[in-house]
Design a protein around this ligand. Sequence first.
Ligand code: SF4
Ligand code: SF4
Length: 93
Amino acid sequence: MRRLKESPVAPPEFTAFDAGYLVSANGSWRSNYPVIDRQKCVRCAQCYLYCPDGTISSEIEFDYDFCKGCGICAKICPVGAISMEKETASSHA
Ligand code: SF4
Ligand code: SF4
């Protein structure tokens, strides 16, 4: 049976920032931000794969410096583990 070769380079943890596609923080104008309920999360990685900005790590952590608040991760999550919250002055403090 043919086997896939192991990749010589580990995939970046955050697919956009760590891969070099985003170079400066751009999430400051966001109006809503994603919050995960870890009790519900089944670690299917759909949010990691679908985030258009690559701001969800393989450990399912959000990088709020780069997240634009589009809500795709919340929409794609099959178990409703991500909700979108309104930004306030004390968000992420
Ligand atoms: S899509 Fe939902 S269940 Fe899957 S890893 Fe992301 S938060 Fe967890
Ligand atoms: S809200 Fe959009 S940009 Fe932010 S983590 Fe979710 S999918 Fe990525």
